[in-house]
Write a new protein. Sequence first.
Length: 385
Amino acid sequence: MCITQLYNLECSQTQSKALSHPFSIIETSTIRVTKNDIEIQDNNINKMLTLNIDDIKFMTWIKHENIYEVTFQKKQNFKEDKFIFDIYHGKLGYQALITRIAQPNFDDNYERIETIKRIQNGEIMKCRRRENNEIFVAKVQQNNHFLIERELNINLLLAVNRHENVASMVEYYFEDDKIILIYPYFSGGTLNQLISANANNISQLKVKSIMKKILSGLNHIHSLGIIHRDIKMDNIMLEEIDDHKCVKIIDFGFSAFKDNLNYLSEKCGTIGYFPPEIINGQFYNEKCDIYSLAQVFHTLLTGNPMFDRNMNRQQIIRLSKNNLFKIDYRNIKEVKAQQLLFKMLDFQEKRYDVKQCLEHSYFSKAVNLDLKIKNVETLKFKSPF
């Protein structure tokens, strides 16, 4: 488990006996969650208990009227340790551990609403948390492949190293032969939906703002040693409808750690976003995400993908192998946008990395960009009287 953030937390709890009678909290104790351990000072027996997080298979948090009943199940001997937390501090403890330890009771905590889409190994579904009716997205997959473990480890790392432009996992469950990853629900839809809703015409200021936020999120991902490998219009979402101010990179199903060379010759991603090095079966690095993002950039600037929609799969692959493409210069008026796009589409050795993209002069006047966009939109509706 890749964990880099240190949690420190103190909260009240008492040890629980059988639950066939009402709870009564006699003596409060403290819990401290660190990088590797859960340390509990049990004042009932005046003893410090230490649980290693990696030794715990499941945890179950059950909310009663005024307390949480908490169970930690060990991996080796299936032994269970039970504790009682008051509501306020129980919530704090829960938040400190939900991205670090799996839970077994998804259907107890969530109501399944509808399937958003089917995926190769399962489904993406909309669900409602029973405790507060908040809407979330659940990625439900068969837990039958080593790639699932890789995806989980990447999500665990991102969950403790959050960024405003990266969708972070909220918690995760193991149920029977399935793994269920829980994410926030973003009502704003994907960039494809944004393009359609705006009749393929988004202001250049908004494009610049969106691109800077995607690059900021991608910079964070790359700084953690992760390559996304499936950047595309449908994997960039807006938190709210038609709101460019909060952009999120989603879906780490194809992602890999860049120091694992065994994965960095795999052909994965989406046709039309592949860089030539992936198509040609060469070793690649995080710059593959920049090439894919260039396809997104072109679509945002022009309203159309770089490869003609009438092209079939083989035609696109043949062009991608040789890094052949056609930029719609007629609809890209800004020279700096053209220059940046071309640098993002270059062969891997000369292609810009994410920091070079962010430092490009295209973004040099992007300070307070959201405020400028708001001012422009306000002027559009300013009364002449």
